[in-house]
Design a protein around this ligand. Sequence first.
Ligand SMILES: Nc1ncnc2c1ncn2[C@@H]1O[C@H](COP(=O)(O)OP(=O)(O)OP(=O)(O)O)[C@@H](O)[C@H]1O
Length: 567
Amino acid sequence: MSSAGVVISSIMEDAVLSSVLFERSRSPHYSDDSILIYLAVPGSSVIPIRVLDSDSIASFKLRIQSSKGFVVKNQKLVFDGRELARNDCRVRDYGVTDGNVVHLVIRFSDLRFITVNTACGKKFEFQVEQSRNVAYIKEQIAKKGKDFLNIQAQKLICDGEELEDQQMVNDICKNNDAVLHLLIRKSAKVRTKPIEKGFELSIDAPCLEEKKGADMKVVVKKPPDIQALFEPVTVNPKVELSSVLEELINSTYAGLEKGHKPVMSPEGSGGAYFMLDATGHNYVGVFKPIDEEPMAENNPRGLPPSLDGEGLKRGTRVGEGALREVAAYILDHPISGPRSLFSNEVGFSGVPPTTMVRCLHGGHGKKELKIGSLQKFVKNHGSCEDIGPQAFPVEEVHKIAVLDLRLANADRHAGNILFYREGEEDRIVLIPIDHGYCLPENFEDCTFDWLFWPQARQPLDSTTLDYIKSLDAEQDLALLKFYGWEPSLQCSRTLRISTMLLQKGAERGLTLYDIGSILCRETVKKESKMEEMILEAEEAVLPGTGETAFMETISEIMDLYLNSLTK
Ligand SMILES: Nc1ncnc2c1ncn2[C@@H]1O[C@H](COP(=O)(O)OP(=O)(O)OP(=O)(O)O)[C@@H](O)[C@H]1O
């Protein structure tokens, strides 16, 4: 087992042990108002845990943290194919009852992936906490066999520099994927000489294990073992890609061709892979294969496959996440007008350039041809989960809120907004990512973390008002069709209704908080005002009525309600 395995399994063992102790110490306290459920954690046996009638998702996560050690921020709970996303709602509101199994997905964002290549061609892979140092990595290497026992003799090289024992993992492994070279000091003379597709390493010393005592020459090559296949998927031959997207595809291809394997993100509930450029030092894109989406057949995070095809959020389908990612980019129009994939203009909300690709991919198991979304990697200083919202400029929050309202995004938690600081004043710029759950068939799971940020209650500026006014849902649907996705009638209706609500609300001087509060449910069970209006419209129209008549009806109902609000 790799040391990653050791780290994770020891966490699991501790967790099971503390769970048993926890249960024992608390059990007399529990009575009829508690239920016993089972927490399924990948790589561990199920953990029995009590849930009180009054337990909210937030308090339940807190109890998992205090008893099992998994930090709240890194927990994602899934029951019956649905994420328990609303922290203020009760666990029982999601229908969890005695004896049920709840899946816990943990984001090990604190761990870094490190590969150590030895001079004898061995390769060790570790997942190490950011806070460890190089001396700790050496200790882990020493556990790999008697040939590595002598820690003093180990020399670790990264980017041609020898690492000092006290250097921190976080410093040598900024982007989660360090490749280190291990040399064992045995009065060896090491010489390197660049050759065509790699480098030649000559060691005039005994190579451990393989040829003890004999001089040998080892040629370590980065073999071009990948028959790189990587290309855009375009349904409509008339679609031409912008130079930004072409550049993204070309640099990803160049990285694969050089043999730089995709690096799996430790975060997220689906398979997300960081793609490297030709140097192997920079991430250029994030690839999300459709067969690894949450609850898809090959999901690598231990989520069970969906039984009815519905995705983690109500009104979405497993396998459609990549389409929605691309749709969010296409619909994020620049201020100047509708998006064209041929243009490099940044959209109003700043969704990173995203396109659909086909890739011969071996990031998870054997190499296979996979289809998925490829999004430009954005250099960032973390996500909005890492810092409080006070420092975010109002217009940055507004640009995200406008996108989420338009697309009825069902997955806008703070972790899905990256940020970076720019300029001398360190102004914060927000980058929306992860749009696999936008344009759902209904509004049931729409929740927005920004709704509770003070900026959402600030009035809209004229640029934002003009942008909202310029939106046209019919044009948006035609654009999606042009690029190859014809959303279902229900998803199209979602776009029409949410665009209408945003426009009517903004026109009447409502804030994004006001509009968001109409669109989102307050609790899991209580329908939102928007859902009530849809129901009313559905009841009002005659069976078989066309979509235009339905939209006219809902427009009238919406006007009445908004007028009553703004009177
Ligand atoms: N465009 C990007 N630029 C930089 N980093 C990114 C980008 N997209 C995703 N990431 C990183 O990859 C991680 C996983 O991506 P993402 O959250 O989109 O995956 P997911 O499986 O859909 O997650 P979730 O569980 O939140 O639905 C993110 O936490 C983020 O750190």
